[in-house]
Design a protein around this ligand. Structure first.
Ligand code: NAD
Length: 497
């Protein structure tokens, strides 16, 4: 692998260096100065990466626009072959990806490895989809002509991704866009640019043509979004991040009617009914809440438990939370740091808001004394549903438990939210599970499971959680437009003579 870097990574990490430049038109290039990337586990500087300006963003779009036609026309088999080659290279570089993800995002190595494998599976899924994009041929309703529908790439896409799943979020967007025949400009999160750089190096080494996949890092996101979303050559923005920024990007793109897919915030209700397997619910709640130190859009945000099993659930959950080991993700730990000091420090206000609203702290509640940005795994119990946690995304290792009286109360509390991303229900009665699943106003419902992401499943939300779906059979169509051709056909007895 080629390295282009001014990194200041310690000697023992030298094998895991990622490029630190911008990638535009098939070449690694300098930006206008650099900015630091921090290790949230100890506050040290992992690397300095190139900072792009509006001019770099424009150069990336120039390249993506130039490459678009030939990328679209490349035979599907050749496009798929490139994606398969990238998949194989990714697998060869597993350790580099895993270590870099842990260094810049703080997540434990085991979680980074799980994210790596899931991301590779997504890339494979999209590589396989290239060869399965069908059109249709049918008759008009009066039988007078034929309807031919093909699917064509939308055009150059801007992909903006967050830091919490630095690889998965990029692969899920870029994989679909590239498979569909779109060229891409990926903007990494400034906290985690190196993972995106490793993935881009994979695409480069696999032989993707110049201009097809570009990569930008920046400290001033507006330099990219304001420049690109108002340029009519950009045809699509796919964003994962907060609802506030998603709404802002939709406004920016409104003038040019830029096609947009938005994966935004969530406040996942996690419902445990009186007939649930409580041990299973506890195990899944631990993963669903504390994975990535709670910094996941699909995290269990409100754990809603039928009063008849609430005491048993809370006791078992509490003892598992108390056993969680917090520390540097490079060591054998269960919970890593928050992404930044700012994200950790906002939790003091969160804790006081929750206790003022009547929540009782059962464990945790404070930051860990350390140069890293750690916060104690925390459990806060409410004796009944409470508005304070509706539309309030914690994004932290803080679990809130609410005792409720029966299914109706659980369901109405769960739906009392502006968000609609992931929800969960635990019950041993499948008929009841399906009935509740149909009533939950969320894009995804986990039934007796707390983890749902899969390449074969459509990921996404309703209401303020976004528009569009990623992966599954649906995901690739976010990057394709239907082209309808109306075809006049001759009368059989005239043309078939
Ligand atoms: P964020 O919205 O602040 O940042 C996300 C990305 O947007 C980053 O790359 C950031 O640099 C960029 N950004 C910020 N302002 C921008 C602007 N004006 N123009 C262009 N880009 C801009 O969110 P975050 O703090 O990184 O992530 C947390 C949020 O993301 C949470 O609300 C979480 O639920 C959500 N999220 C959603 C999903 C999902 O799939 N639905 C997945 C992960 C995270």
């Amino acid at each position: 692998m080629t390295h282009h870097s001014q990194t200041i990574v310690p000697e023992h990490l030298a094998n895991f260096l990622a490029p630190t430049s911008l990638y535009i038109d098939g070449k690694w290039q300098d930006g206008a100065g650099v900015f630091p990337v921090y290790n949230p586990a100890d506050g040290s500087v992992v690397a300095e990466v190139a900072n792009c300006t509006a001019d770099h963003a424009k150069a990336a779009l120039d390249a993506a626009d130039r490459a678009q036609l030939s990328w679209r026309k490349l035979a599907p088999r050749k496009r798929a072959n490139l994606m398969h080659a990238a998949h194989r290279l990714m697998l060869e570089r597993e350790d580099a990806f895993v270590r870099v993800m842990t260094l810049e995002s703080g997540k434990p190595l085991t979680e980074a490895r799980a994210e790596f494998h899931l991301s590779a599976d997504f890339l494979l899924w999209f590589a396989e989809q290239v060869a399965h994009l069908h059109g249709t041929y049918s008759s008009s309703s009066d039988g007078g002509f034929r309807i031919v529908v093909a699917h064509q790439p939308v055009g150059p896409c801007l992909l903006i991704t967050p830091w919490n799943f630095p690889l998965l979020m990029i692969v899920r967007k870029a994989g679909a866009a590239l498979a569909a025949g779109c060229t891409t400009i990926t903007k990494t999160a400034q906290e985690t640019p190196l993972t995106g750089a490793l993935f881009t190096q994979v695409l480069h080494d696999a032989g993707f043509p110049a201009g097809v996949a570009n990569l930008l890092h920046t400290q001033t996101s507006a330099a990219v979004s304001d420049t690109l979303l108002q340029d009519p050559r950009l045809r699509k923005v796919s964003f994962t991040g907060s609802t506030r920024v998603g709404a802002h990007l939709m406004k920016l793109g409104a003038e040019n009617i830029v096609n947009s897919s938005m994966e935004l915030g969530g406040d996942g209700p996690f419902i445990v009914l009186d007939d649930a397997n409580v041990d299973l619910a506890v195990d899944q709640a631990i993963i669903c809440k504390f994975r990535n130190a709670g910094q996941a859009c699909v995290a269990a945000n409100r754990i809603i438990v039928d009063r008849r099993v609430e005491s048993e659930f809370t006791q078992k959950f509490l003892s598992k939370v108390k056993a969680l080991k917090v520390g540097n993700g490079l060591e054998a730990v269960d919970v890593g740091p928050m992404i930044s000091a700012k994200q950790r420090d906002r939790l003091y206000d969160t804790i006081s808001d929750l206790t003022r609203a009547g929540g009782q702290i059962l464990t945790g509640g404070r930051a860990v004394q350390s140069p890293g940005y750690f916060f104690e795994p925390t459990v806060i119990r409410f004796d009944s549903p409470n508005q304070v946690m509706c539309s309030n995304e914690l994004f932290a290792p803080i679990a809130t438990i609410f005792a409720v009286d029966g299914v109706a109360e659980a369901l109405s509390f769960a739906n009392d939210s502006k968000f609609g991303l992931a929800s969960y229900v635990f019950t041993n009665d499948l008929t009841r599970a399906i009935a509740i699943g149909e009533e939950l106003e969320f894009g995804m419902v986990g039934i007796n499971r707390g983890i749902m992401a899969d390449p074969a499943a459509p990921f996404g939300g309703t209401k303020a959680s976004g528009t569009g779906r990623e992966a599954g059979h649906e995901g690739i169509y976010e990057f394709l437009e239907s082209k309808y051709m109306a075809v006049t056909v001759g009368e059989p007895n005239e043309v078939l003579r």
